[in-house]
Design a protein around this ligand. Structure first.
Ligand SMILES: Nc1nc2c(ncn2[C@@H]2O[C@H](COP(=O)(O)OP(=O)(O)OP(=O)(O)O)[C@@H](O)[C@H]2O)c(=O)[nH]1
Length: 424
């Protein structure tokens, strides 16, 4: 063994890293380096990846055509020839050629922003040195062929570096995610590689020693492994999905409910009204809208502060809710304005509901206010949906009636005159 031989043949009389392999690995290394810099040298990156592809394709053709194609440009060819004559292994194996060719193609694809394809090709290339490692671990030389341990280590490192070129896309992005899905996937990927490799050892052991119990352990082990992986996946998927469902529920509640009173907000109320209006034969459905406004509410705020104003609004919301049927809708339109929708209600019913709400609120004792300043009152405007009424048209009619209540002394229920005509 020459003084330098162990540099390219770490295992005595084992496989060596051929000069062409070393050259190609260097080309791939430089191509990757071109991307590391803040300003990537795309042209150089493509140049070196094409060099790597050319070298490896030449080697693949050489094997297929049984020629000496690479002998013309490979340095140290005399040393290699001497070694071969002496019966030592020294050539770029077909597995090494495919691996390095794949890495060259992957870097080239990445330079054209074909990230997903680049990742895919690099992972196939990266699986070749992994097979070689297994070959060395299991003592099966067919697994590594002419790939030296050194080449396998370099190939694996380069594969990882190449895959990381497009780490912000596709599968790699998901695997590297800092969130729970990514964290679990990383552990699963690691276990998904290491555990079957250990199982492989059991199979080899059972073949070598002809011991069937090893094979039994292998089979049970595989079953358990699959079950555990599926269970862990299901557990975390449910965890994440459960959190997502809760968040969605909370967001929906926040988007549809008025925070202070817990009543449907203006948007939700409008949706409900539009749904009722869109029903056919809406006239015969007898759809009424009550517009409710707290009288002199500003005074409450100004006298006892906003917190008291909020308490009053909450108390009123509670009374409104408890004064109507399940099928009726109560909403807070904003400020001290509320609205109620009464579907399928005759005129007398609408009148009764409006009047009872007005008197219920007047007789409600609101702690901190009623005892010192007298009852809180509301004004109500009532209107009935006519043919082709939009939400706004119905609201406008109820609002006009409300205006009448306000201007005839407050604490009153007024009907839109046209709604009474529709009814007669
Ligand atoms: N505390 C509290 N006050 C609110 C809220 N939203 C609106 N307001 C107040 O409600 C008051 C409404 O006052 P105005 O529109 O003048 O009506 P009003 O004093 O009730 O008079 P009339 O409607 O004519 O009887 C304003 O002072 C608003 O700041 C709320 O969520 N909480």
């Amino acid at each position: 063994m020459s003084a330098f031989e162990e540099l390219y043949r770490p295992i005595n009389n084992g496989s060596a890293t051929h000069p062409l392999t070393a050259l190609t690995i260097s080309a791939i290394g430089v191509a990757l380096y071109c991307n590391i810099k803040r300003q990537p040298h795309i042209a150089l990156q493509r140049f070196f990846s094409i060099i790597a592809i050319t070298f490896t394709v030449a080697r693949i053709l050489e094997v297929l055509l049984s020629s000496e194609l690479t002998h013309y440009f490979v340095p140290f060819q005399e040393v290699v020839s001497e070694e071969v004559l002496a019966g030592k292994h020294n050539s770029m194996g077909i597995n090494t050629a495919i691996m390095l060719c794949g890495l060259g193609i992957s870097i080239l694809l990445s330079s054209f922003k074909r990230s997903i394809s680049s990742q895919f090709v690099a992972s196939i290339a990266g699986s070749i040195p992994l097979v070689s490692f297994l070959g060395y671990a299991y003592g099966i030389d067919g697994f590594y062929g002419e790939m030296s341990m050194l080449t396998a280590v370099a190939g694996f490192a380069l594969s990882l570096a190449t895959i990381f070129l497009s780490a912000n896309k596709g599968v790699m992005r998901a695997l590297l995610s800092p969130h729970i899905g990514g964290r679990v996937a990383r552990y699963q990927a690691l276990a998904g590689y290491l555990v079957p490799c250990l199982f492989g050892l059991l199979v080899i052991k059972s073949i070598v020693s002809n011991e069937t119990s090893f094979f039994g352990i292998f089979v049970i082990g595989v079953c358990w492994f699959i079950l555990i992986m599926a269970g862990v996946s299901a557990f975390f998927t449910e965890l994440v999905d459960g959190q997502r469902r809760e968040t969605l529920k909370e967001l929906t509640r926040m988007a549809t409910t008025d925070e202070l009173t817990g009543l449907p907000n203006r948007r939700t109320f409008i949706e409900r009204v539009e749904l009722e209006l869109s029903r056919a034969e809406r006239v015969s459905l007898n759809l009424w809208m009550l517009m409710i406004d707290v009288d002199n509410f500003k005074e409450i705020n100004d006298t006892e502060g906003h917190a008291m104003g909020d308490n009053v609004l909450k108390a009123i919301a509670g009374i409104l809710k408890s004064s109507v049927r399940q099928i009726d809708a109560v909403g807070r339109l904003g400020g001290e304005e509320f609205a109620i929708l009464l579907p399928d209600t005759p005129l007398e019913g609408a009148r009764r509901v409006a009047e009872s709400i007005r008197s219920n609120i007047e007789s409600e004792v609101i702690k901190g206010w009623t005892d010192s300043y007298g009852p809180v009152t509301i004004s109500i405007g009532v209107a009935k949906a006519g043919i082709n009424d939009s939400f706004q048209a119905l609201l406008d009619k109820a609002d006009e009636a409300l205006y009448d209540s306000k201007h005839s002394g407050r604490n009153k229920v007024s009907f839109d005159p046209k709604s009474l005509e529709i009814n007669s």
